[in-house]
Every structure is written in C-alpha cells, then in structure tokens.
Design a protein around this ligand. Structure first.
Ligand code: WTA
Length: 651
C-alpha cells in the first residue's frame, strides 16, 4: 500500500450552480435536497427504508438493517424479485407499451423492446432456464455481446432466482474459465459472436476453449447460444442449444420467484491486489434499492427521457445503470453494441441525434478520445435533445469536463461526475443535478444516506485539502456482501485496513466546501481506459509465460487512457530481449486476460530493484515509468546496480 501524497491544492476554482431551468423541473431541488440529506444523515436506515418502499415486495421486511461488522444484512425477512420490479410492475399502466430497451447494433440495425415485449422474452427465457434445471441457488455464466439478449438473460436469471455472473466479452477464454470455475456455473449463455469495429468477436469459440482446455469447467452442463452474427459455429451435441430455438417452445408468462432480500442476485468478478480476481457478491433487496434510488436522483430520470449508459453490461456500470436502475424506474434505456468510433468518430453523436437521447452517461476516457478527434464530429449532429451528462469510472480532468460541458452539453446540461465501485453496487458520491453546484474534476458530495470520510492512515481526519484514504463509515444497502467463496478475503481486503470502516482503495481530498476530489487508486489496482485491472493479475499473466523469470507491472499517467501499464520484465537465461519478444508477451497477456490488459510498454531488465527483504520496490518503478528518473528515497534498496541497469533494450 502506498501512502497518498496528495497535498497540492488544485487551482481549479470554477463552480457551476444548477441551471435554474434544469432545477425547476428536477426531482430534487436545493431545499428539498438539503432537507433529505439532513434527515438521511441523522437516520440513514430510515432514509433507506423510505426508498425501499418504492419497490414491490412480495413480503415486507421486519428488520431494516442488521450490522455485525463487517457483515450487513438489509431488509431482513423481506421477499422480492428484481425482474418483477423491473418489468411486471410497469405492465399495468401507460408504461406497458413504452420502450424499455432501444438497441442499436454496430452494423446499424435497431430493435426496440417495449416493457410488454421484454417481459414476454424474459418469461420465455425463465421458463427455458427452469426446464434446463436452473433455479434458485444455481449460478449462470453470461458471456455475450451488447445485444438485447444480455438484458433478457440477466433478468431471466433474476426471475428464477439464479445468480448470474456476467463476464465482459473482452475477456479471454482463460479468464472466462477461471471465473466460471470459481462460480461453479451450471450453464453458460453465449453467442455466435458480436460485432466490434467491423470484426466478429468469437465468443462461442472462446467458450468452447474455456470448456475444453486445461480441465474445462466441470460444473457446466449446458451452453445456450444466441444467434447474433449468423457465423457458423460448431455445436456440441448434448451440451449446446440454440437460444432462439429453445425459447421458441416456451410460454410468454412465467412466475417471478420471490427471493429473500439477501439472496445473491449476481457475482461480478473484479480486479484486486492479488493475481486472482474477486467474485463480488451482491444482494437482491439492498442492491436494487441502491440502484433504483440513485438512478432516479442522480440522472433525474423522467418518463420522457431516452437514457443512454454506454458501459458494457459486463462491467458493474452496465449492471446497475444500463439495466437494473433504469428499468426499476420504468425508463427507456438505450444499448449500443459496438465501438464508439465505428465506422467513424461521430458514431456516438449520430446515435444521440437519431434516438433523441436526453441523458448520456459515459467514461472520461471516451470523452478525452472524442476531444482529441476534434469538435467537428459532434458539431455534425443535433445534440439539442441532451439535458444531462454523466461520467464514471475514473477521475475526469477539468479540461475534459469543460469540453464535455461546452461541446456536448452546449453549456446547458449539468454534469454528474459519479464516484462508486463494483463493490459499492451503486453511486456513492455525485452531485444531484438540480441541487448541487458542480466543480470540474470533483464528484462533489456523498449521496443522501451515504457517509464518507477522508482519513489519515491512523484513522484521524484529514484537514481540508489534505490527501488521505477515502472510506465509507456507515453500511449502505447496495454494498457487497462478501467475496464469493472467500469471506476471509472480504474481511481482509475491505475491513481490516481501518477496522469498522469500508476501505475503498482510493485516495482523495475534501475541499473547504466538503467536496470530494478523488485522486485515484492507492493500492495496486489500476484504471486503464476505464477498465479496472490489478497489476498483480497482469504480472501473473506475464510470469506464466515460459520465457519470463520475473515481472513488475506499474501504472503511469496517460493523457488519453488515464493510466497506462508499464511492465518491467526479467527474462529467463537464454532468452533475448527483442522487439519481437515484447509482442509475444503482450499477446500472451491478451490470451491470459484479454486484449484490453495488454501492457502499453514492456521494458526488459536484468534485475528488479528490491528491498533487503526481497520486496520489489514498485514506488521506484512507478517513478521511473512516469518521469524516467527516480527522485525518492532509495536507502532501503538492496542492489543499486539493479536500478542503474534498468533500461530499455536497443530497438
Ligand atoms: C475509480 C466503476 C474518480 C475509482 C463504477 C474506483 C472513479 C474505481 C470514479 C472503481 C470517479 C470510479 N472519479 N475515480 N467518478 N468512478 N472511479 O469497480 O478508483 O470498475 O475505486 O467501478 O474506479 O472501478 P470499478
């Protein structure tokens, strides 16, 4: 763990109060927000109970919160179903024939599913799952592109009480196998491919590899295959079934299984500080309360909105803010399958114009990439339907924030910079657009009902603008419940750094107005182009290559991607550090984890700098990777020559 050195006060002084026109129509305006926040502060549990009443419960809870540090249980005794809340609830009124999902494929086709149609599809899928022996307590792996079926599959799992584990389509067969084995999935839902930048991502092929090589995944009994690209794929008799054909035999009604509030809705694997990803477990009741409430308040969601969260469903943002949050609110959620710059750099703006998108939620990396390509791309399109913009996933630099505001938002749309994590389930810190003045680069204030602090390592509070550890000091409904199969890791990772407090792993400072400025991770987790990765995960991928003796992976700041990965690698004797060897290793990482995890730079070295006790001095490597020199303290270094020899080989 590195101590955050975040003492410099940013010179950013711009402040944007809520636009009066926006505030007038907002769910929460300044006064109402202040009152809500105040009452939530004095009694957070009562606040969350009030929010929980907006959902449909088959059976009411008897106890709102049971908190035995570090295990929280919310809405005890309550029973509900997420798919019922996202679908059935909306079928009795005018929302029945409203678009729940508007989907656009990368090649350009558009499909719209109304709430009634989506409900029918989900019921058919739920019936099919039941017939295949999938029910409460089973795990289902979902490895699909961004097609409507991914939403149908997730909701169908929820409907029958199965726990889904979505694996982002950018992950490799190896990564899929590890996750499916850890979750002991009974069934996998995949497709014959998905479109990305004009190419087909061979998801079925990778599923086959995952299930075939290195012992496979013994728990998997069946594979359901969605037809997306029409590409010919081998089907294994007795194991593989076509999704369409299987569903076509099923009725469009299916009972929604009432499940306990604490029933695990999903497991989502995320990177931590070790080589092995963690299966973050989320509940049903608390999770949905967190998602539904924050979606409504942060995005000021109205029935007329066309809301577009650009995240892939394979990440937590896709779970909470493409699917569950918006549908629980009866909103219209837009899904887009492909790359933001395909066939050209104006694809996003073209989508916004054609579908009349009013709320756009995307990542700073995308914003920076668009900014770099120039204003002419957004300027080609009518973006006047936009009324609110959001960002998530990494710190946003004020320049990108201002560009987003001016060029995309026409200086009229508030920006909500939302801070949260896979583990928190829903947004923790964000402005409410009708109530909170924004400052470029700050995610502003904790949500009502959420309490955060910035502390020194010893637990004492930091002064305004002093950098420290960001912690959450009261349990919240959508918090992770455990790490799948490894509660010890859960306790150690999140609750032992500062006993009784949830340790986020992020460094932050709080300014004189109480606004939070998140500075980024202070552990060995990095954020490359909005993708969360563990440096240890990449290291273990590298050392699994026969030519590698040792490796240390660090991040350096990158103008476009936020952070970039630099891998220092020592080769085994007899291997030559060539340009070709670098490419081989980068491809090996793509094979082990996924292409998005490829190091941006590989530097071969004879030895890594270590302390006398043998620990790799990552701080030195970070400095070296960032500025090309080492300024900090090197007194604990075992062998100075290792540092001197660190060099990039001649190219
Ligand atoms: C970072 C994504 C600054 C942070 C929802 C966190 C952010 C990690 C912001 C979680 C933000 C997320 N400003 N940093 N608005 N949002 N982060 O689990 O470092 O993929 O710990 O969840 O992203 O990444 P994850």
């Amino acid at each position: 763990m590195t101590t955050p050195h975040i003492t410099s006060v940013s010179t950013e002084k711009r402040r944007f109060p809520p636009e009066p026109e926006f505030a007038r129509q907002a769910h929460l305006q300044e006064r109402a927000y202040a009152a809500l926040r105040e009452s939530a502060l004095s009694n957070p549990v009562a606040y969350w109970e009030n929010q929980a009443r907006n959902l449909h419960w088959f059976k009411p809870w008897h106890t709102a919160l049971e908190w035995k540090v570090p295990h929280a249980r919310w809405f005890l005794g309550g029973e509900l179903n997420v798919s019922f809340n996202c679908l059935d609830r909306h079928l009795d009124g005018p929302r029945a024939n409203k678009a729940a999902l508007i989907w656009e494929g990368e090649p350009g086709e558009v499909r719209t599913l109304t709430y009634r149609q989506l409900h029918a599809e989900v019921c058919r899928a739920a019936n099919a799952l039941r017939k295949l022996g999938v029910g409460k307590g089973d795990r289902v792996g979902i490895y699909l592109p961004m097609v409507p079926e991914i939403a149908v599959a997730m909701l169908a799992c929820a409907r029958v009480g199965a726990t889904h584990s979505v694996v982002f389509g950018g992950f490799s067969a190896e990564a899929l196998r590890d996750r499916m084995n850890d979750a002991k999935a009974k069934l996998i839902i995949t497709s014959d491919g998905g479109w990305r930048r004009g190419n087909i991502v061979p998801l079925k092929q990778m599923t086959d590899d995952a299930l075939h090589d290195k012992g496979g995944v013994p728990s998997v009994e069946k594979v359901l295959v969605v037809k997306r690209t029409g590409k010919d794929v081998p089907m294994k008799a007795g194991r593989d079934l076509w999704w369409d054909e299987t569903l076509s035999h099923e009725k469009t009604r299916a009972e929604a299984e009432p499940v306990d509030s604490e029933h695990p809705l999903f497991i989502l694997y995320t990177s931590g500080t070790t080589g092995k990803p963690k299966g973050v477990v989320h509940s049903t009741g608390g999770y949905l309360v967190g998602c539904a409430t924050t979606t409504k308040f942060v995005f000021d969601l109205k029935d007329e909105d066309v809301y577009w969260c650009t995240a892939d469903a394979g990440w937590v943002t896709g779970h909470s803010y493409m699917l569950y949050g918006p549908l629980a609110n009866g909103a219209t959620s837009l899904m887009y399958e492909g790359a933001p710059n395909f066939p050209a750099w104006d694809r996003f703006w073209d989508v916004v114009e054609r579908h009349r998108v009013s709320i756009l939620y995307t990542a700073p990396t995308a914003i920076r990439a668009f900014m770099r390509q120039g204003d002419e791309h957004p300027k080609k399109h009518d973006l006047s339907t936009l009324r609110l913009l959001g960002t998530v996933g990494e710190p946003i630099n004020p320049e990108a924030w201002m560009w987003y505001r001016e060029v995309i938002g026409g200086n009229r749309c508030p920006i909500v910079d939302t801070w949260w994590q896979t583990e928190t389930g829903s947004i923790m810190i964000s402005p409410l657009p009708g109530a909170v003045a924004t400052k470029p680069g700050s995610c502003t204030l904790p949500m009502p009902g959420i309490s955060v602090k910035v502390l020194h390592k010893d637990g004492t509070p930091c002064k305004p603008n002093e950098g420290g550890y960001l912690v959450i000091d009261h349990p919240w409904p959508s918090m992770l419940r455990t790490v799948w199969g490894d509660d010890e890791r859960y306790q150690k990772q999140y609750w032992s750094e500062m006993p009784g407090l949830y340790f986020t792993g992020d460094g932050a400072r709080q300014d004189e107005d109480g606004y939070i400025w998140v500075m980024g991770r202070i552990d060995d987790v990095v954020n490359v182009a909005g993708h969360r990765l563990g440096t240890a995960e990449v290291e273990s991928a590298l050392v699994s290559h026969p030519t590698v003796a040792e490796s240390a992976v660090v991040a350096r700041p990158d103008e476009l991607k936020g952070q970039a990965l630099v891998a220092f690698v020592t080769l085994r004797a007899g291997n030559t550090p060539t340009k070709h060897a670098k490419e081989v290793l980068r491809n090996h990482v793509a094979h082990e984890i996924g292409a998005f995890a490829k190091p941006d730079e590989i530097r071969f070295t004879d030895a890594l700098p270590k302390t006398r006790s043998g620990k790799i001095m990552r701080r030195l490597l970070r400095e070296l990777a960032t500025s090309g020199e080492v300024k900090g303290d090197t007194t604990t270094l075992e062998d100075f020559s290792a540092l001197a020899k660190l060099r990039e080989e001649e190219e």
